[in-house]
Design a binder for this molecule. Structure first.
Ligand code: KIV
Ligand code: ZN
Length: 534
């Protein structure tokens, strides 16, 4: 393995650490859709899941290994604790991948050793080489992480890393598990490792960090200056608690400031060679996909992908940008794939023009998906004069990213207004094809719809988030609704877009309920299977 790379390796953990965000649970199909988008984005490694954690995780990693882990595709990685069963499950799930990596980890901080693992340092020193060597029996590419490295005794950390590398780890990943370190401290940890681990030149140094103090990205950039070559990050920075370092922020920092970072990778400052393999024009689309599927909204002021990231509100700024873009803009919106192009398609446009534009936008749809999206396009084109790429993207996402339809919304009708009692009637069709209709009064039209839907589906749930945003400006803009609901402690997300936000609200709710029902069916199936095995 070449450990002397002069570019930064992007290791995406959206599907593993990102999926650990409260309520971000994705089903296997959705994970595959995201993995496809990550491959298009150009990430080097996809950490697809934690195969030993559940049968569902195992199957998802295996499917991604099979479908996305092709010869010239990304490396597919599976997480495993430093324990034989975990490592074996990862090895088996990853088998179909052309390039597979096992990522094994054990904590090294005294606080984790004493309270979580209840192990001594000596025991950890024995486990690490044994488990890395065991992982090597499945794959050549083994990554080792000393969990909570940021709070570990540096001398102990050096000893653990030396043993891991001697046993065959080709990447050593340094996690700031609790997001505690500051950039200068994190940089010093990486420098210390470079200077004190005798065999460090035989491995790539990677970094992994959480954003509890909002410092994850800054820490990584400092780590690069001190020898780190791999960054573990997630789309939109999703992940445990405050999340992980955000891929789009790291990539764009390295893109916009490459002259500053070039020398740390042994290049002349003026080199224009990209520092990562990422196709930055895929960033915005991937961000939207992850947000839609996880139901985790991107805050408007979020760097790079927030709705306001390229908006100029104050007159002084607008004036400056009109005179010369560079007065207030350090990067082009186009560089992350944000376009304002209006497609010259209207209600008379044909399927071929529609297909061509989708292809130009990077969508790969099956014939069935294309047909469904085309019907929706015609419907929207009837109501809306101009259709932007963003509308198109919302239509396609809405048609192709719905959960399995256990219930289908057939009709929604509301009556509301000043001095009126908001009343809704809904009709849903179940899997048996039966039409179920009910009505309810609510505090507002959406509340009335949700109450009516609940009377039909009859499963207790609590709506914990509801948000509407418009896809483009203008009175005829499509509205996108994202909701999250809770049932028995688990969170389910739903998303829908429509020119009528009342319809979008109803569809988003039904979509979340469909996810809930799919999870209940899955649970029931697993319970039956385990009962039969007994
Ligand atoms: O945050 C962490 O320490 C992790 C490890 C498993 C790398 O996610
Ligand atoms: Zn983590």
């Amino acid at each position: 393995m070449n450990t002397q790379t002069d570019r930064i390796i992007i290791f995406d953990t959206t599907l593993r650490d990102g999926e650990q965000s409260p309520g971000a649970t994705l089903n296997a199909e959705e994970k595959l859709t995201i993995a496809r988008a990550l491959a298009r984005l150009g990430v080097d490694i996809i950490e697809a899941g934690f195969p030993y954690a559940s049968a569902g995780d195992f199957a998802a990693v295996q499917k991604i290994a099979e479908t996305i882990g092709v010869e010239n595709g990304p490396t597919i990685c599976g997480l495993a604790r430093a324990a034989k069963n975990d490592i074996k499950a990862a090895g088996e799930a990853l088998k179909p991948a052309a390039k597979a990596r096992i990522h094994t980890f054990i904590a090294t901080s005294d606080i984790h050793l004493e309270y979580k693992l209840k192990k001594t340092r000596q025991e950890v020193l024995a486990i690490v080489p044994e488990m890395v060597a065991y992982a090597k029996t499945f794959v050549d590419d083994v990554e080792f992480s000393p969990e909570d490295a940021g709070r570990s005794d540096p001398e102990f950390l050096y000893a653990v890393l030396e043993l891991a590398i001697a046993a065959g780890a080709t990447t050593v990943n340094i996690p700031d598990t609790v997001g505690y370190t500051t950039p200068a401290e994190f940089g010093a940890i990486i420098r210390g490792i470079k200077e004190n681990v005798p065999n460090i030149d035989q491995a790539i140094i990677s970094v992994h960090g959480h954003n509890d103090l909002g410092l994850a990205v800054a820490n990584f950039l400092e780590a690069i200056k001190n020898g780190a070559k791999q960054l573990e990050c997630t789309i939109n920075g999703i992940g445990e608690r405050a999340g992980n370092a955000a891929l789009e922020e790291l990539v764009m920092a390295l893109h916009v400031r490459r002259q500053y970072f070039n020398p740390f990778l042994g290049r002349p400052p003026e080199s224009t060679e990209p520092l990562t393999n990422i196709d930055t024009r895929q960033i915005y689309k991937t961000s939207r996909l992850v947000s839609n599927l996880t139901g985790m909204m991107v805050q408007p002021n979020k760097a790079i992908v927030g709705a306001n990231a390229f908006a100029h509100e104050s007159g002084i700024h607008q004036d400056g940008v009109l005179k010369h873009k560079l007065t207030y803009e350090i990067m082009d919106a186009e560089s992350i794939g944000l376009t304002n192009n209006l497609i010259v398609l209207g209600k008379l446009s044909g399927r071929n023009a529609f297909r061509t534009r989708l292809q130009e936008l990077g969508f790969e749809l099956s014939e069935t998906e294309l047909n469904k999206a085309f019907v929706r396009f015609k419907d929207v084109a009837d109501k809306k004069k101009e259709i932007s790429d963003w509308d198109l993207e919302a239509i396609v996402n809405d048609e192709t990213q719905q959960a399995p339809e256990l219930f289908r919304l057939e009709l929604v009708q509301v009556s509301c207004g000043d001095n009126a009692k908001p009343t809704a009637t809904v009709t849903l069709r179940n899997q048996e094809g039966e039409e179920l209709t009910d009505a309810a009064i609510g505090t507002g039209p959406v509340d009335a719809i949700y109450k009516a839907i609940n009377r039909v589906v009859n499963v207790p749930n609590e709506l914990i988030e509801f948000s509407v945003k418009s896809v483009t400006a203008g009175i005829d803009a499509m509205g996108e609704v994202t909701i999250r609901l809770r049932h028995e402690g688990r969170i389910y997300a739903g998303h829908a877009a429509n020119t009528d936000i009342i319809v979008a609200s109803a569809r988003a709710y039904v979509s979340a309920l469909n996810r809930l029902f799919a999870a209940l069916q899955q649970k029931e199936k697993s319970e039956c299977d385990s009962f039969r095995r007994k």
